[in-house]
Write a protein that binds this ligand. Structure first.
Ligand code: ZN
Length: 315
């Protein structure tokens, strides 16, 4: 589907509904505990970005994720309510590197006149380059390396401190603790993964989302669907990729492969059957888990993924 048409349609619907655009989103008094003003809206494209934002701002902003848990950012079709949320926001944030298919978050920010308030969390991240169909594409799933997650947090932190300098010390203190927690996760995960025999250190998933995770923690990765579940260059399923994945499963002798929470599991189930291996469980990939689940935060989704992977691939 042509995403620019979809975006235009959503925007037109907004106007038809008579939703006011002018004057929205201007910053009110900084919430200081004594004010009844609602906190300003911080609109984020993905669940991971929203979690990073919450870890920095606490309750001083009303952080909202446009994507729901389990939603696929590559294929997402925006709604009029998304456009309104960005219009009403004081800050907004995207993953970037084309994770948001057709750059839907950037388009929403642009149409709301909020490009100067848009944080691109992957700014400063060194991308892995994917060679696909004679082109080079930056892999957008960068949060899977804890080192990159810290860049997301720092990008958000600097933008928030600029937007609300009165509470800079608080934001920096909160980020400081959270960055230490990411470091702890990193060390813990690397230690857990040592329980997987070297011959089993291969992660086969639905789509090519785990390259940063695998590079960081010393595994190989393989997926039948490319870096995007959509129709971008190098995205989608091809018969060649499907065949190559089955061959790599057989060649490696890996005993389990994994479905993802944000992707239909049908293909991986077929491949598991064909290759004669088990389904090792479900991994959080492009989305965190729902509220109340073990994977509802970045630290939680990474922890649960590591536990699932180690349990399936260890002796
Ligand atoms: Zn993806």
């Amino acid at each position: 589907m042509n995403r620019s048409i979809t975006l235009r349609t959503a925007w037109a619907a907004l106007l038809v509904l008579g939703i006011s655009i002018a004057g929205c989103g201007s910053r009110k008094d900084t919430p200081d505990g004594s004010s009844d003003d609602p906190p300003p809206i911080f609109a984020c494209s993905t669940t991971q970005v929203a979690d990073f934002a919450r870890q920095v701002v606490g309750d001083r902003y009303n952080v909202q994720s446009i994507l729901s848990p389990g939603a696929d950012p590559h294929l997402y079709e925006i709604k009029p309510s998304d456009a309104q949320l960005v219009v009403d926001s004081t800050l907004c944030a995207e993953n970037g590197m084309h994770l948001e298919g057709g750059e839907w978050m950037r388009t929403l920010a642009e149409q709301a006149g909020k490009l100067d308030k848009l944080i691109t969390c992957t700014d400063g991240v060194e991308p892995l380059k994917l060679e696909v169909e004679d082109e080079t594409v930056d892999d957008p799933h960068t949060w899977f390396s804890p080192a990159n997650a810290k860049i997301y947090v720092n990008n958000i932190l600097e933008a928030v401190c600029q937007d609300d300098p009165d509470h800079e010390a608080e934001y920096r203190a909160r980020a400081s603790l959270y960055l230490k927690q990411i470091d702890t996760l990193d060390v813990w995960a690397a230690d857990q993964i040592t329980a997987i025999p070297p011959s089993q250190r291969m992660l086969v998933t639905s789509h090519d989302a785990f390259n940063y995770f695998c590079q960081h923690f010393g595994l190989k990765s393989s997926a039948p669907v490319g870096w995007s579940t959509g129709s971008e260059i190098g995205g989608g399923l091809t018969p060649e990729r499907r065949k190559a994945v089955i061959e790599s499963i057989r060649d490696s002798g890996v005993k389990a492969i994994f479905v993802e929470t944000s992707v239909n599991p049908k293909l991986i189930r077929e491949i598991a059957k064909e290759a004669g291996v088990e389904i090792g469980g479900e991994l959080y990939s492009d989305s965190m888990g729902p509220p109340g689940s073990a994977g509802e935060t970045y630290l939680g989704m990474m922890r649960e993924n590591v536990l699932t992977i180690v349990e399936a691939l260890r002796d």
